[in-house]
Design a protein around this ligand. Structure first.
Ligand code: GAR
Length: 209
């Protein structure tokens, strides 16, 4: 880890395969990121063990211990700030974050979502894509705003839907793309190449779409 690597905290809820793609990119020297901590709102999430295996601090903050969403969000923000994170990465984090949390990290809070947004925000995206009969599906990395899965898009990757696809088969192919584009988007951020103007992302000064 170089001293100049950007400090990040990764938030997860489960398996942590996108977290792993970031860890691998750092390990392979493709990404100058100092992952200060991985925080899960689900105690025992498999992704926490991936963090531990990589020598990264891992902690659980169980949302069920908070009766108010804002209290959970404040406790989470405290932990993020204690680690002086410059970037907050949602990687399969399945809690909605309130407007105070989102605005606190405005322009430095990213999410990966398993669809080609604005199509299929929310949950169960692969089944819904198949039911809608789309020919193309995919994944999106975007900055987070208070609108659920509605923030400025940084990068997308498309996957063809095949005849006879199941949600699981489609999810597996989309996941391969997720693991490619999340480290890429984070790399652009660490290189200072991304900016947001009028709700659109620019890379190297040019609109990404
Ligand atoms: C990923 O497919 C991610 O895009 C999705 O959850 C999965 C987490 O997998 N995120 C969302 O649906 C966010 N609303 P992972 O824990 O193996 O990275």
């Amino acid at each position: 880890m170089s001293i100049s690597a950007l400090r990040a905290v990764v938030l997860i809820s489960g398996r942590g395969s996108n977290l792993q793609s970031l860890i691998d990119a750092v390990r392979d020297g493709r990404l100058a990121l100092d992952i200060r901590a991985v925080i899960s709102n689900v105690p025992g999430a498999a992704g926490l063990r991936r963090a531990e295996a990589a020598g990264i601090e891992s902690l659980a903050l169980d949302h069920r211990e908070f009766s108010l969403r804002e209290d959970f969000d404040s406790a989470l923000a405290r932990r993020v700030d204690e680690r002086r994170a410059e970037l907050v990465l949602l990687a399969g984090f399945m809690r909605i974050l309130g407007p105070a949390f989102v605005s606190r990290y405005d322009g430095r809070l990213m999410n990966i979502h398993p669809s080609l947004l604005p199509a299929f925000p929310g949950l169960d995206t692969h089944r819904r894509a198949l039911e809608a009969g789309v020919a193309v599906h995919g994944a999106t990395v975007h900055f987070v705003t208070p609108r659920l899965d509605g923030g400025p898009i940084i990068v997308q990757a498309a996957v063809e839907v095949r005849p006879g696809d199941t949600p699981e088969a489609l999810a597996a192919r989309v996941l391969v793309e997720e693991h490619r584009i999340y480290p890429l988007a984070v790399k652009w951020f660490t290189e200072g190449r991304l900016s947001i103007r009028d709700g659109r992302v620019f890379r190297d000064g040019r609109p990404v779409r």
